[in-house]
Design a protein around this ligand. Structure first.
Ligand code: ZN
Length: 310
């Protein structure tokens, strides 16, 4: 329990005012943005979510993303591009299986430069749209012929689109938004009746969080503004009006990031990073692949996939 109840911020996930500050918070090992120094992490005693505190303004939020942020349009190269295209096609099949509507109107929060849409288009009958915070990426999506609104989802004006979306995806974004409650409510209002809200996010009850601690890649500090447990994510979705909530494990690369963070932050190995990754990134992925697979099999993965119906 905390002593500073009067000034204590509410949990952005469950709104309880009962949390404590992590004594040894993570650092921004990947990009070392100066603004990271202003923030810490609190743990909610009510729902066990962890969250960045104080909460950043939208202006501070933008300062957390340097121009070389890994998700900003970098070409992947042969091997990773093939893996990504395979992943997109399998994701397209998963999304088509969630709804009988054709074309399936898919709205993506954090659409990037729409490379995902391009890779998914051949797998079925889709109508794509979305929102993207980075202006150059949003423009690249528009230039490619997609209906992309520039700006954060927080700023997105849904009028005219409420009740029109069949599937709303939010992959590795819900942990980045300033108010997850508002985000999920907005997703709910955009969806048609029986529409599906689905996405991916890091999961606290995992091997990486337990053993890597402040070096855990899931923190992606300070950009992951809240981190959920299965239970706290389920609570948020139910409170925002969703039903049929399903949460499954996701096989993921966070163990490689945790190892990279520990090498940099704990052991002081002078790794030079480009767009958040060292040139040994592929090696780190292969070294930690057995851990990723074991965690997945034993339900201790760093990430989860959720889906819920309006
Ligand atoms: Zn909470």
């Amino acid at each position: 329990m905390t002593q500073d109840v009067e000034t204590e911020p509410g949990c952005p996930v469950c709104h309880a005012v009962d949390s404590y500050q992590l004594a040894a918070p993570p650092k921004d090992y990947e990009y070392q943005v100066a603004i990271a120094e202003k923030f810490g992490i609190r743990v909610c005693n009510a729902c066990r979510s962890e969250f960045v505190s104080p909460r950043p303004s939208l202006d501070e939020l933008r300062q957390m993303y340097p121009d070389n942020y890994y998700a900003y349009g970098k070409e992947m190269g042969g091997f990773w591009q093939k893996i990504y295209d395979m992943w997109c096609r399998s994701e397209a099949k998963r999304l088509l299986s969630l709804s009988a509507k054709r074309p399936l109107h898919l709205f993506d929060v954090g659409a990037g430069d729409c490379r995902r849409f391009k890779a998914m288009a051949s797998a079925g009958d889709f109508k794509f749209s979305g929102v993207e915070m980075n202006p150059e990426m949003a423009q690249a999506g528009c230039d490619a012929g997609f209906d992309i609104s520039p700006g954060a989802f927080e700023e997105f004006e849904p009028s005219g689109r409420t009740g029109t979306i069949d599937v709303l995806t939010i992959n590795h974004v819900i942990e980045h938004v300033t108010d997850p409650y508002d985000t999920v409510r907005k997703a709910h209002s955009l969806l048609a009746e029986d529409g599906i809200f689905t996405g991916r996010t890091p999961k606290l009850a995992c091997t990486g969080h337990r053993y890597f601690g402040r070096y855990w890649g899931g923190y992606h500090f300070p950009r992951h503004l809240q981190l959920f447990s299965r239970e706290s994510l389920e609570l948020l979705l139910h409170r925002c009006g969703f039903r049929e909530v399903k949460i499954i494990e996701e096989l993921n690369l966070f163990p490689a990031l945790s190892l990279q963070n520990a090498l940099l932050g704990k052991l002081g190995v002078p790794l030079k990073l480009e767009a958040g990754h060292s040139r040994f990134w592929t090696l780190l992925v292969f070294l930690t692949a057995p851990l990723s697979i074991l965690d997945y099999l034993f339900r201790r993965s760093d990430c989860m996939i959720f889906s819920a119906r309006k």
